[in-house]
Design a protein around this ligand. Structure first.
Ligand SMILES: Cc1ncc(COP(=O)(O)O)c(C=O)c1O
Length: 400
């Protein structure tokens, strides 16, 4: 048989380390339970343990009964686009858009993939730490030469470094609220970053997956509220409405050329998002009363978990930890608690391994780029309060 080298971009994609960590947990958990009588505590995934709100599930059933079972309109169904436009106006303060500025996608994953595809073979940048999927999937898939701009230890921005990098790239990936740190970039920070990008003629891919998961009464500032065709926004239903399995998202751009290309890309890849799901998505956005009820409940619970985990980690001397203002992750640093003689490779998994031995699943910092090997990501989106308390006790046994 003729030996063919299949697509380089597909061959160079790497599987998310988070999936292999979950595999490892599945294998280890039974033995751990047998030996200790205790269960594994899971902090590794970005899944959500709340159900999709009833009103959205009902809307999907109704859309099926109403016969929305045929091919969707290219780029997205009108009722969904209209609901998105209204949401963008009222929540994101994004004015002056029409249906033409929106492309409905399979999760923000597809919106981001289309955005990265626009810059295939070019240079791009984003802050480190950086969501692993960008580094493992989109960057190799779209053959991007990607520069990581490290945030400082307290996750503040080094603007001099940023400006230097922006001079040589086509786009900047900005994610706020941020995975894996839980940082919510302030309006001032976003404006300054956007300003620098505009001065350098750099496009901005704004990943706002966690836009509604914010704490302590804070609010998220959307770069897209700044009227500039350089800015693309990637949005999702996954986190706001606990709809991770529905795969519903959208891309927003003021640039007509980008909108046209994204629509072509979306059509080529999928020919559009499942029609009846789009109609349920429209209802998710339109029913503000039900939305508010479900979201308030979920965010209040996440905030309790954040507080428990943050306060618990602070009790263990030597851990440097920032309080997340959004999303559902903490990204503590363990440098002070690590043996000084570890070689670079061992260092990458040291904390992760110690936690694993105690039946705690985390994600090692090196999954999020090259600057944060001494950190781990702890996701509290599926971890009940009692498990968080137990995890802190176990961590004290290792590190206190
Ligand atoms: C920062 C960030 N962006 C985008 C996504 C993609 O989510 P979805 O494809 O479900 O919309 C995720 C998922 O975890 C994420 O963490």
């Amino acid at each position: 048989m003729n030996k063919i080298e299949f697509s380089e971009s597909l061959r160079t994609i790497r599987m998310s380390p988070i999936i292999s960590i979950s595999e490892q947990v599945r294998k280890r958990a039974p033995d751990f339970q047998k030996e200790t009588g205790k269960k594994f505590i899971l902090f590794q995934r970005g899944e959500i343990d709340f159900p999709t709100p009833r009103y959205i599930v009902d809307a999907a059933k109704k859309a099926l009964d109403d016969g929305y079972t045929k091919y969707p309109k290219s780029g997205g169904e009108d009722p969904l686009k209209d609901a998105i436009l209204e949401k963008l106006r009222t929540y994101n303060k994004v004015e002056g858009l029409t249906r033409e500025n929106i492309i409905c996608t399979y999760g923000s994953q597809e919106a981001l993939e289309l955005s990265f595809k626009l810059f295939e073979g070019k240079k791009g940048a984003g802050f480190a730490p950086c969501w692993s999927c960008i580094l493992e999937n989109f960057v190799p898939y779209c053959k991007i030469d990607f520069t990581e701009v490290p945030l400082q230890a307290d996750f503040s921005v080094d603007y001099a470094k940023l400006e230097q990098t922006l001079k040589g790239v086509a786009f900047f990936y900005l994610n706020s609220p941020h995975n894996p740190t839980g940082k919510l970039f302030t309006e001032e920070e976003v404006r300054r970053i956007v300003d620098l990008c505009r001065r350098c003629g750099v496009y901005i891919i704004s990943d706002e997956a966690y836009e509604r998961i914010v704490y302590d009464g804070r609010s998220h500032f959307s770069p897209l509220s700044i009227d500039d065709p350089l800015i693309l926004g990637a949005y999702t239903f996954s986190k706001t409405y606990a709809m991770t399995g529905w795969r519903l998202g959208y891309l927003v751009t003021r640039n007509p050329d980008i909108a046209k290309l994204a629509r072509l890309g979306d059509y080529t890849q999928t020919a559009g998002v499942v029609t009846f799901l789009q109609h349920a998505g429209a209802e998710a956005l339109r029913n503000r009363q039900e939305e508010e009820k479900a979201l308030t409940l979920m965010v209040a619970e996440f905030q309790k978990r954040r507080d428990a985990l943050y306060n618990g980690l602070r009790q263990i001397g030597g851990i440097q930890v920032e309080k997340p203002e959004g999303a559902f992750y903490l990204f503590p640093n363990f440098t002070k608690l690590m043996p000084s003689n570890l070689d670079a490779e061992k260092r990458k998994h040291y904390v992760y391994d110690r936690l694993m031995e105690k039946g705690i699943a985390s994600v090692y910092g090196s999954a999020f780029g090259k600057y944060f090997d001494d950190n781990v990501r702890l996701s509290f989106s599926t971890t009940p309060l009692a498990d968080i308390t137990e995890a802190i006790e176990r961590m004290k046994q290792v590190f206190a």
